[in-house]
Design a protein around this ligand. Structure first.
Ligand code: 2DT
Length: 219
């Protein structure tokens, strides 16, 4: 009930492969939620506008080099910078739509196949962050992504990295908290079809948050 001032907002994360249409779908979802009378705010990670975000941006554009663990912790710290704000907005009743979150954090770092940087290690610095009410993973295989105009110029926009990342993302469907939070949606359909599949999921969440308290990521 959007007019109930006491009800909290939902924290919805859009994850997915490059070219899967995350940004487009966040925009459409925002529009739909607003039409239904909800207050919505959108955020994205990395947030390149902060000092830490500037360092991340330099790394992604291959202007600077950083050790795998160091850049990983910077991505995580970039989420911690926003954690209090996210909690505050949710408690004020805002629907938070977030373009990438700690799932990308785990998966892209682990996709480097550095034996000292496992998926489990990668998750640890994010423990305690606001836990999403729903994570929508927009799945797209590398061949489809390349048909959509290929990848950009940034550091991780290489086929091998993308394939490793996709495999790890799909594997999260069987891991602890992620298995209950994440839903996989095939992004290989039209924008409208994908938007409608997303809405089916979000509709359920919007109802559920009236009774489910906000949670934090646990180990
Ligand atoms: P965009 O193209 O969406 O701006 O993402 N990434 C992202 C990580 O490696 N770790 C993280 O924690 C996050 C949030 C995924 C830029 C790239 O940054 C990667 C793609």
């Amino acid at each position: 009930n959007a007019s109930n001032a006491a009800s909290r907002g939902a924290f919805i994360v859009m994850e997915g492969m490059d070219r899967a249409g995350k940004t487009t779908q966040v925009g459409k979802l925002r529009h739909t939620l607003e039409e239904q009378g909800h207050k919505v705010k959108t955020i994205r990670f990395p947030d390149r506008t902060t000092p830490m975000g500037t360092m991340i941006d330099g790394y992604l554009q291959s202007k600077t080099e950083m050790a795998d663990h160091a850049i990983h912790l910077l991505f995580s710290a970039n989420r911690w910078e926003k954690a209090a704000w996210i909690k505050e907005q949710i408690s004020q009743g805002y629907m938070i739509l977030c373009d990438r979150y700690y799932y990308s954090g785990m998966v892209y770092s682990a996709a480097k196949k550095n034996p000292a940087l496992s998926l489990e290690w990668a998750r640890t610095p994010d423990v305690g962050l606001p836990r999403p009410d729903r994570v929508i993973f927009l799945d797209l295989n590398a061949a489809e992504a390349e048909k959509r105009g290929g990848y950009g110029e940034e550091k991780y926009e290489k086929r091998e990295m993308q394939e490793n990342a996709r495999e790890l993302f799909l594997g999260l469907a069987g891991r602890g908290e992620e298995s209950s939070d994440m839903v996989v949606i095939d992004a290989g359909h039209s924008v409208e079809q994908v938007a409608s599949a997303i809405w089916d999921e979000v509709m359920k969440v919007v109802k559920a948050v009236e009774t489910v308290p906000r949670r934090e990521l646990s180990v």
